[in-house]
Design a protein around this ligand. Structure first.
Ligand code: OGA
Ligand code: MN
Length: 276
């Protein structure tokens, strides 16, 4: 039963060499879940899953969200294939998936079916490691900071000249407030940032945005980032509770096609108790 995991860099990523039968059997599911949380992103080079195999594998890791056809969500900029193609343009910005969900997705499993000749690499940043490396005084200052996340913030930088109706649509999504620092049930802490982070509660808007930008820059330093250069057949899993991700821009007509399964959320984003 081959299964060899090796770290990609000190702060993020592991590559797993395994065969399909081992992965779909669930025999290593507990180990994979543990590695996912520790390493943030797991790469299965050219595992060549069919949709069916990807579904079986995904279900060994948790409950899956019924997105797309039978749980397979097609990530493409082709609006004939995916009704949310427009929304997916926002994936070029660092983000977490489902910022407005009460239980953010545990993670996602993405397989490359067709890659773009230009761009299309996916980057992941470890938000546990970024928190851990903050100076202690900074950690204390940030402890009770609350951030307002909005759909508008997650989209406006990719639609610079958005028409009024598009802006109205963004505004129709209620804002969601999250603590900046997520204290997980495990006791570990991570930063909750990304393009949806719009302003900081109770802080001057410009000052709050400057702080968010500074932290975003901190978190996406090369030492916390893994950049995946896709080969057709690769599968990558990210921990949506301890990483942010983004894709390098790629042409609309590149044909890039990724098949995604999504693991249901298991834990709400929670901050430290006031006074703790
Ligand atoms: C996503 C996403 C990135 C990519 O599916 O949530 O951000 O590389 N995808 O397509
Ligand atoms: Mn995403």
């Amino acid at each position: 039963m081959p299964f060899v995991a090796s770290d990609i860099s000190p702060r993020i990523g592991a590559r797993i060499e395994a065969d399909k039968a081992t992965l779909t059997s669930g025999a290593k599911a507990a180990e994979i879940r543990e590695l996912l949380e520790l390493r943030g992103v797991l790469v299965f080079p050219q595992i060549d899953f069919t949709d069916e195999e990807q579904l079986v594998f995904s279900k060994t890791l948790g409950d899956i969200v019924s997105l797309g056809e039978k749980g397979i969500y097609k990530v493409t900029l082709d609006s004939k294939v995916t009704p949310t193609a427009e929304y997916l343009r926002g994936t070029v910005l660092w983000h977490i998936d489902g910022f407005s969900d009460d239980l953010p997705a545990r993670g996602s499993i993405l397989s490359a079916r067709k890659i773009s000749a230009i761009g299309g690499q996916t980057e992941f940043s470890n938000t546990y490691a970024a928190y851990d490396d903050l100076p202690e005084a900074r950690k204390r200052e940030l402890e009770h900071v609350r951030v307002v996340h909005t759909m508008a913030a997650s989209q406006r930088d990719v639609f610079a000249n958005a028409p009024a109706e598009m802006r109205e649509r963004w505004a129709s999504y209620p804002p969601k407030v999250h603590p900046l620092v997520w204290t997980h049930q495990s006791g570990r802490k991570s930063l909750v940032l990304g393009s949806s982070a719009d302003w900081i509660e109770g802080m001057d808007e410009a000052e709050g945005r400057a702080l968010l930008a500074e932290l975003q820059q901190w978190t996406t330093q090369p030492k916390f980032v893994y950049r995946h250069e896709w080969t057709v057949g690769d599968t990558v899993i990210w921990d949506n509770c301890g990483t942010m991700h983004r894709v390098e821009p790629y042409p609309d007509d590149s044909g890039r096609m990724m098949h995604r399964t999504t693991l249901a959320g298991e834990e709400p984003i929670a901050g430290a108790a006031v006074g703790a």
